[in-house]
Ligand binder design. Structure first.
Ligand SMILES: Nc1ncnc2c1ncn2[C@@H]1O[C@H](COP(=O)(O)OP(=O)(O)OP(=O)(O)O)[C@@H](O)[C@H]1O
Length: 850
């Protein structure tokens, strides 16, 4: 053995052909390993490996230097971030988003999803029917196909490239596994036959194979995640474009109108309210967690099915020669039996995954509600109560997860038993066949001493490599079987993502489930079903017109099917031309804001005709009841929803913004907050009145022809409020104001009264306090009116009065009178109430202390 026992690990000991192939392999490996996927080009460009390496080093060094020279610290980054995106000058709707990344701004070009593509995809997303069964069934495959059309948009795109690369690494790993199994057998054979040289050569190969094997494993994981991220990016962009479009799908989805499509996946055991609850939580759980899980599971599943599937084919073919026809038949019988047992033992993982996602969504919605309304909760000291609610939601989730764990125990046992033990036993059995039942005796005994030795070594080699192949086979089979569970879970996530997409597509196209008129609905009551919206809407005219429009609060999902939308006003006629400033008043809940919602097209126009100007500059602008402050700089608050880039493009300047802030008495803000670019959580920084004044600043910035102001100055002091109204009118903005404040009447020349106050006759101020408490003496105004709409309108619950009572000064005097009367009434009523209490006490025998 002398010379054979030296350690011949240097390549010179290997045969020439082997040496060359190892060297070539190592060189290729080094190149691939050192190059990230997105830098393939430099490899092609580099003449030699050394040149390419030097080039890479130089680029890296330059990058590092640039970073050191101009690092974007936080204030600098904030300054850069004043631009959210740069719109494409061609007007195609494309945008270049500016995203902070590693201390600098990286540019991401976004092309919006085209309306044609949405139209094409509509037929792929029929809404899920109530009670539709979830699981790995035909419907699942059609849902997956529909979602994949978005996740995997083209056969020649980035995803296809990643998939091909991923597949080639999966194939490489299988090939490497076979090579390792063979090598394993050879090493043991050389050991048994005391072939030291062969043994060491084997060890050398072993290490040579270890490098590509480990690299392949890492690349498989890397590509899998990259693929998942590519799927997620495609789906997220598609959903964002559909969710946040001009059709206000985000609002309608939150209102629960899209619940019909979401319902089957969320209702399940909890019944119909689940859909509305899920929708109330918004789409965030769907778009974040559910989507991410879907993409991760899908990308992993490809590897989990593709790799073991390939392993199974290759290992079986490798083993078939060693095991003979009987052994191969045995192997296949084993696969069939395993699949049958596991199918019987597999619980409804898909439904469980969908339910878990829904419960997580509810828990998440509860948490974000507390974050959003933290101040209000804190004022009420409602922490304990909120904790109770949150804990209940969490308990629901935890209990479900616990049930899933329990169900998984027997399934896991079956799975482990079948795959780890049954398969191994079958493997041993199959391997023993050629040994225990040899075709000829000399296979065991041989003819001489040397041959016996040789036979034993050969048998050991075949045993070791077959055993390794069988172990790998069991592992592949195991993973394939486990992926059955993954597939079931994928069906759950698919149904969630599909439900969201189907719901958004339906909302986008105004498609709603048709409900029959409920028998319980009184005959005279109109049934407002979402599928029977007949109103006509014309956007563009330079006036606001509602002609025979019912004011109805819509109801979707199960609530909609049960009783339809809630009628607030049977039919409203209102025409507002330029300069016709209209004040809308009425008791709480009568439907004032609802009129604004219908004009803004947030709610449907069930009947009649709605005409309105376009949204924004020169058109119509809405200021809602609750002030909204966006994420961004102080400047962004004034110009919302425009961006700084759009502001600059329109030639507007910061000094103009400053003069706007002066008109709303907020001129101190830029100096106090550190300039226009300061970014803060503005909703926490500004006071209630400041927030509302900021809303008015927005109005002055946009300068629309019409403004619908919904109680948007209720927290502003009367003097500043008056100045802002006057300024709005001086900017030629026609006001349609919803308010309870009588003092605002003087800025309007029309008065639309809703509810009881519209039908009650104008008698004494005292008599009117019940129906319209804050307008006790509007009768005085009515007495001055020159024209009142005919009584049929009053019967419908509204009355329009055209105020022609003269000058603003006269109205001001009336306003003073209203205030005086309110004060007098306030003190007198207080005295009368006190006297009444005293009398009551006297009657009950209590003594009255003066
Ligand atoms: N999304 C909704 N679904 C069903 N009903 C709704 C919805 N939003 C509002 N409503 C109901 O419609 C009615 C009218 O609401 P609206 O907000 O128009 O009242 P309002 O006259 O503006 O009251 P307030 O003076 O209190 O602001 C209320 O009874 C309210 O509960």
């Amino acid at each position: 053995m002398g010379s054979d026992t030296r350690l011949p690990l240097s390549l010179s000991h290997l045969p020439h052909a082997n040496r060359q192939s190892i060297l070539a392999f190592l060189v290729v490996l080094a190149i691939v390993r050192a190059s990230p996927l997105n830098q393939v080009k430099p490899i092609a460009d580099a003449v030699t490996l050394r040149a390419w390496r030097n080039e890479r080093r130089r680029v890296r060094e330059e990058k590092r230097k640039r970073l050191l020279e101009t690092p974007l610290n936080t204030p600098a980054l904030e300054k850069k971030m004043v631009d959210l995106y740069i719109p494409d000058p061609s007007g195609s709707g494309s945008r270049t988003l500016l995203v902070p990344h590693r201390g600098r701004i990286s540019k991401v070009h976004i092309t919006p999803t085209s309306a044609e593509l949405y139209a094409q995809h509509l037929k792929l997303f029929p809404p899920l029917k109530p009670g539709e069964k979830l699981g790995v069934n035909k419907r699942f495959w059609s849902m997956l196909f529909a979602v994949l059309k978005i996740a995997f948009p083209s056969k020649s795109g980035k995803e296809a490239f990643l998939l091909v690369l991923h597949t080639s690494f999966l194939v490489a790993r299988t090939v490497l596994s076979v090579m390792v199994a063979r090598l394993d057998g050879r090493i043991v054979r050389d050991l048994v036959s005391a072939n030291g040289k062969g043994f060491l050569r084997g060890l050398g190969w072993w290490f040579a194979l270890a490098i590509p094997s480990t690299y392949t494993n890492s690349m498989i994981r890397y590509l899998e995640r990259k693929l998942a991220l590519a799927f997620r990016t495609n789906l997220t962009r598609y959903i964002h474009d559909l969710y946040l479009n001009d059709n206000l799908n985000y609002y309608k989805f939150g209102l629960g109108l899209g619940a019909a499509a979401v319902e089957p996946t969320v209702a399940g055991e909890r019944g119909e309210n689940a859909a509305a609850e899920a929708a109330a939580g918004g789409a965030d759980q769907f778009i974040t967690t559910d989507l991410a899980r879907f993409c991760d599971t899908l990308a992993a599943l490809y590897g989990n099915i593709g790799k073991p599937g390939l392993d199974l084919v290759i290992f079986t073919s490798q083993l078939a020669t060693a095991l003979g026809p009987l052994g191969t038949i045995g192997l296949f019988a084993n696969y069939g039996f395993t699949a049958w047992i596991l199918k019987k033992a597999t619980p409804a993982f898909g439904r469980m995954a969908a339910t878990e996602a829904r419960l997580e969504g509810e828990y998440r919605a509860g948490l974000s509600r507390i974050g959003r309304d933290g101040e209000e909760v804190a004022f009420y000291n409602g922490g304990q109560r909120e904790k109770g609610i949150l804990w209940k939601t969490y308990e629901n989730l935890a209990r479900h997860v616990h049930t899933v764990f329990k169900i998984r125990v027997p399934y896991g046992m079956t799975e482990d038993f079948v795959i780890k033990y049954l398969w191994s036993a079958v493997g041993y059995g199959l391997m023993s066949i050629p040994i225990l039942f040899p075709v000829s005796k000399h296979m065991i005994q041989g003819t001489g001493k040397g041959e016996i030795h040789h036979e034993v070594a050969a048998r050991t080699e075949s045993y070791v490599s077959n055993r390794r192949l069988l172990l790998s086979l069991a592992d592949a089979g195991g993973r394939l079987m486990y992926s059955g569970k993954d597939l079931a879970e994928l069906s759950g996530y698919t149904s969630r993502v599909y439900a969201l997409l189907a719901s958004l597509h339906a909302l986008n196209n105004g498609i709603y489930a048709e409900n029959p008129r409920p028998a319980s609905l009184p005959k005279e009551q109109t049934f407002y079903d979402m599928s029977t919206i007949h109103g006509q809407i014309i956007v563009g005219p330079s006036h606001v017109l509602l002609q025979g429009v019912p004011i109805v609060a819509p109801a979707g999902g199960a609530a909609g099917a049960e009783r339809g939308g809630e009628e607030l006003i049977h039919s409203l006629d209102l025409r507002v031309e330029k300069g016709e400033h209209t004040l809308i008043t009425g008791p709480n809940g009568v439907g004032k804001t609802s009129i604004a919602r219908i004009i803004a097209q947030l709610w449907p126009t069930w009947d009649g005709l709605l005409e309105r100007p376009v949204h924004g500059e020169g058109g119509i602008f809405f200021l809602p009841q609750r002030p909204y402050l966006s994420i961004g700089s102080l400047r962004d608050q004034v110009i919302y929803p425009y961006t700084y880039a759009e502001m600059k493009a329109r030639g507007r300047t910061d000094s103009e913004l400053m003069s706007i802030l002066e008109h709303v008495h907020l001129a101190y803000l830029p100096a106090r907050e550190g300039g226009w670019d300061t970014r803060k959580e503005w909703k926490d920084v500004l006071s209630g009145g400041e927030k509302q004044r900021m809303g008015m600043a927005r109005l002055f910035y946009h300068r629309p022809a019409y403004a619908i102001l919904d109680e948007c100055t209720s927290a502003v002091s009367s003097d500043v409020e008056g100045l802002m109204y006057e300024h709005a009118k001086s900017l030629d903005i026609t006001l349609i104001t919803i308010s309870h404040r009588p003092s605002l009447l003087k800025y309007h020349n029309r008065h639309l009264r809703l509810g009881d106050s519209a039908t009650a006759p104008p008698t004494s101020p005292l008599a009117r306090t019940n129906s319209a408490p804050r307008f006790p003496s509007s009768a005085n105004i009515l007495a001055l009116s020159s024209m009142t709409s005919p009584s049929p309108a009053a019967a419908q619950g509204w009355q329009l009065t055209i105020l022609s009572a003269g000058s603003a000064e006269e109205k001001m005097e009336l306003d003073m009178e209203i205030k005086r009367l309110e004060e007098v009434l306030g003190t007198e009523v207080g005295g009368w109430e006190k006297r009444l209490q005293d009398i009551n006490r006297e009657l009950s025998g209590e003594s009255v202390v003066a």
